[in-house]
Write a protein that binds this ligand. Sequence first.
Ligand SMILES: *[C@@H]1O[C@H](CO)[C@@H](O)[C@H](O)[C@H]1NC(C)=O
Ligand SMILES: *[C@@H]1O[C@H](CO)[C@@H](O)[C@H](O)[C@H]1NC(C)=O
Ligand SMILES: *[C@@H]1O[C@H](CO)[C@@H](O)[C@H](O)[C@H]1NC(C)=O
Ligand SMILES: *[C@@H]1O[C@H](CO)[C@@H](O)[C@H](O)[C@H]1NC(C)=O
Ligand SMILES: *[C@@H]1O[C@H](CO)[C@@H](O)[C@H](O)[C@H]1NC(C)=O
Ligand SMILES: *[C@@H]1O[C@H](CO)[C@@H](O)[C@H](O)[C@H]1NC(C)=O
Length: 302
Amino acid sequence: MILLSALLFGVFWIGTHAQECEANPSDEYSTTLTISSPDQLRAFDNCTRILGGFDILNNFTGSFVLNSVTNISGFIMFDSLRDPAHGLNALEMANLQWIMGVRLPDATTLSRVQLPSLEVVSEDMKIALAPEGSWFDLAALKRVGSLSIRGLRADASLPSLETVDSVLSINSDPYYGVNVSSTPFNIDLPVLREAGALSFYGQIRNLSLPSLAVLNHDASITTGGLSVRADSVEFPGVSLPSLVEVIGELDFEGHIPRGIRIDLPDFEHTNASIIIKTNSAVEISSSLENLGELYIRGQLTA
Ligand SMILES: *[C@@H]1O[C@H](CO)[C@@H](O)[C@H](O)[C@H]1NC(C)=O
Ligand SMILES: *[C@@H]1O[C@H](CO)[C@@H](O)[C@H](O)[C@H]1NC(C)=O
Ligand SMILES: *[C@@H]1O[C@H](CO)[C@@H](O)[C@H](O)[C@H]1NC(C)=O
Ligand SMILES: *[C@@H]1O[C@H](CO)[C@@H](O)[C@H](O)[C@H]1NC(C)=O
Ligand SMILES: *[C@@H]1O[C@H](CO)[C@@H](O)[C@H](O)[C@H]1NC(C)=O
Ligand SMILES: *[C@@H]1O[C@H](CO)[C@@H](O)[C@H](O)[C@H]1NC(C)=O
């Protein structure tokens, strides 16, 4: 009897603490459970590992909370991807370490993404933060396929992120119905070493990439490289002290009255193009000996 009920609920005990659960045990064709209410997640309160994922319907209101889970083998995403739940307020999974992906683009009410233990996103994570005061905690994130954070309202810190297999994009881009943030923010990526493409856009006050060494090493991204468009008057420029290899472009744009400084101390050989478009003064310091193309529109001061 006990065994029968365990099977019916798709629950398997492994050892004494770990409990493996299927997201959608009653459907033999899909491993994804469609949810429209936070209450449906209470069935997973004791699960540590979930096989499958969750589709969030557009009438979902409240927070998505699953604090016991450490591993989700599938995706958490908006149903059909094109139909965001405008009542989703928060994503909170205190113990999650591994997930296939999170696809919550174009959310208009998401103000908190709290995944402090998450170390690996094996495919992609797309989140849009909209309301004033929104924030995210991805303090343990080490490796991600692709990561896109839109509508940034506060400083972005990814203190453990070392590797981005494909694209990392952080911006305060406005999207439908939501005004762009005018609050300057810092982007801090202290240990990021390798990425395919990096794209940063918005009221950036300070961009810190002290460890970045390699961009698009295997040329797997057609538009690999680094793209920065800073619109904050406080932006001092870009320093890339560890950069040694780029396949693709380095693209800097901005409207920065104080001028932009681009610092590439260890960068000697590249076939990359460097594109600088600014209506302010530009100062470049680098040890470059070879380069693909250099395009500057602006006032070169040094
Ligand atoms: C949300 O919509 C689905 C499908 O239309 C429906 O089955 C469900 O009851 C709705 N949930 C709520 C909380 O309104
Ligand atoms: C979780 O475990 C607690 C304590 O063992 C139990 O009371 C509760 O019913 C369980 N919840 C679920 C959804 O299995
Ligand atoms: C989580 O589950 C996935 C898919 O089953 C597996 O590949 C991965 O290694 C697991 N990660 C951890 C930390 O257990
Ligand atoms: C955007 O800003 C304009 C002008 O300040 C305001 O009228 C409008 O209501 C704002 N829209 C939203 C969605 O906050
Ligand atoms: C930018 O951020 C880095 C790391 O947080 C810090 O060391 C540096 O002083 C900051 N630069 C400015 C101009 O604020
Ligand atoms: C730059 O070099 C890489 C690898 O050596 C090559 O794949 C790529 O096509 C080159 N790009 C250009 C613009 O020449």
